[in-house]
Design a protein around this ligand. Structure first.
Ligand code: CAO
Length: 252
């Protein structure tokens, strides 16, 4: 073994420990215990962040037509629709078109298990921490059905009424911070899934199109993917495909 390889193997063991600081020496502080759920989520996030080589690819899409469709459909059905069910539907289509994204690595790390179902998790902020309810067979459900199911699962997740069976079996996750803000972020993959879509807030932007200045509502999309399995070109195509579905939402 060369000394370079040896050095790379021992390098993590040589890291200095995290600093232990008595903050009380610098001013008033208060200690608050993390909830059981927060500790659990934190251990999974740390494992996924440390063990999966993440790359995040960013894109954006003009959602003026989607916004019109959303308003019209919401008014017609008398329901509140957000962009999230459209995202779920577009992702289900993309997973069908790009089977490598609808897969997991087998335990041996040498085989890819391709799934023929389209179950999508959506990260929900709850008072106790993050939960990811899974919506099953999203390819077979309409936008209003997906919207009703997400609202139901999100409110049960917040009321601690969601069983583990409704948070398992996902193929891919969506994390939407669109109702809050931001222009992009790097979501952590929800293993054993291979990719996750982060969605930030749509904003009105001025841009040049065919030499003319036009205003459009642009939605930022961030796709983190497992670079052991997915290459950058495929990630760019996958995210473009989602963007194209959202830009022309008529047949979603
Ligand atoms: N751009 C602009 N506005 C958006 C938007 C976007 N991308 N996404 C949602 N909105 C708007 C909605 O249209 C809605 O507007 P109106 O009240 O005017 O109709 C408003 O934001 C609130 O939406 P909502 O939060 O009630 O519903 P949602 O479908 O957008 O989101 C859910 C549902 C469950 C994803 C969300 O409630 C939530 O928990 N988000 C946080 C997820 C999270 O914490 N992710 C981080 C994980 S990593 O730590």
């Amino acid at each position: 073994m060369t000394s370079e390889v040896q050095a790379s193997l021992v390098w993590p063991a040589n890291l200095p420990p995290m600093p232990s600081v008595d903050f009380g020496k610098f001013g008033m502080v208060e200690s608050v215990a993390l909830s059981r759920q927060q500790k659990l989520v934190s251990s999974f996030l740390s494992r996924n962040w440390a063990q999966i080589p993440h790359v995040t690819h960013h894109d954006e899409v003009d959602i003026d037509l989607l916004e019109l469709n959303r308003k019209q459909m919401g008014e017609k059905l008398g329901i509140k629709l957000t962009p999230v069910p459209y995202l779920i539907k577009a992702v289900a289509r993309a997973l069908a078109a790009f089977p490598r994204f609808n897969a997991s690595l087998a335990d041996d790390g040498e085989t890819l298990i391709l799934k023929q179902y389209f179950h999508i998790g959506v990260a929900v902020e709850t008072g106790q921490g993050l939960l990811v309810p899974v919506l099953r067979d999203c390819d077979k459900k309409s936008i209003p059905e997906l919207s009703a199911e997400l609202n139901d699962k999100a409110s049960r997740a917040r009321g601690r009424g969601l069983p583990m069976s409704e948070m398992s079996g996902g193929c891919f996750s969506i994390s939407s911070l669109g109702s809050i803000g931001g222009t992009g972020f790097t979501p952590i993959i929800n293993a054993p899934e291979l990719a996750i879509l982060g969605v930030s807030r749509a904003t009105e932007k001025l841009m040049l199109r065919d030499g003319k200045l036009v205003a459009a509502s642009m939605l930022p999309l961030s796709l983190s993917y497992d670079h052991r399995v997915i290459n950058g070109a495929d990630a760019a195509r996958f995210l473009r495909f989602i963007a194209e579905q959202l830009a022309e939402p008529g047949d979603l």
